[in-house]
Write a protein that binds this ligand. Structure first.
Ligand SMILES: [Zn+2]
Length: 186
């Protein structure tokens, strides 16, 4: 996985740039994007999908480094939402709950910008939130994160009883290793 293919182009001060980004997931086609510099735009960056191309509007005065940062950020967001759109979270949670004898959540959904955790659980209303970034992880890691949050519907803390429940999922240790390597355990 190299740098995005856009790197070279970004330093050219063209009003419109169209090219493909490196393909990061074999499941998805690479996203194409356009960068449009607008002199009327002062601060805000806007991105939307137009006919399969991510159109990113940035202020005309933005530096190349800032542009590169925003392009990467916006493309990552779109890639995440495309990936997570392929995963039926409620269905996956229901099937894991059945398989491992855990309660089904009343509500489970993706959230963006969860900076400190991969998942969270609100016991009061039985709601689980899963960080959309995890849609990029292998499915067995995502399943661990879901099982972890399902177990919190029974045990609110990280007690021994909690880990016994989570341990019903056979890839627990492997998945925790994967997440620790990314700097954060579930
Ligand atoms: Zn936990």
């Amino acid at each position: 996985m190299g740098e995005p293919a856009c790197q070279l182009q970004l330093f050219q001060d063209l009003p419109l740039v169209v090219h493909d980004r490196d393909q990061r997931s074999p499941e998805l086609p690479a996203l194409s994007f356009e960068v449009i510099r607008s002199s009327r735009r002062r601060k805000t960056v806007q991105a939307r999908l137009v006919n399969g191309v991510v159109e990113i509007r940035i202020p005309a005065a933005m530096s190349a480094a800032e542009e590169r940062r925003w392009v990467n950020d916006m493309l990552s967001r779109f890639e995440r939402s495309l990936r997570s759109a392929h995963i039926d979270l409620p269905e996956r949670a229901a099937s894991l709950a059945r398989r491992y004898g855990l309660p089904e959540p009343a509500n489970i959904r993706w959230v963006d910008n969860m900076t400190t955790r991969w998942g969270s659980c609100t016991i009061d209303d039985s709601t689980i939130r899963i960080c959309s970034e995890t849609a990029e992880f292998p499915r067995w890691v995502l399943d661990y994160i879901i099982v972890h949050e399902l177990a919190h519907l029974v045990e609110a803390n990280h007690s021994k009883a909690f880990w016994t429940l989570v341990g019903r999922y056979p890839k627990t240790e492997r998945a925790r290793g994967f997440l620790i390597a990314r700097g954060l355990d579930g």
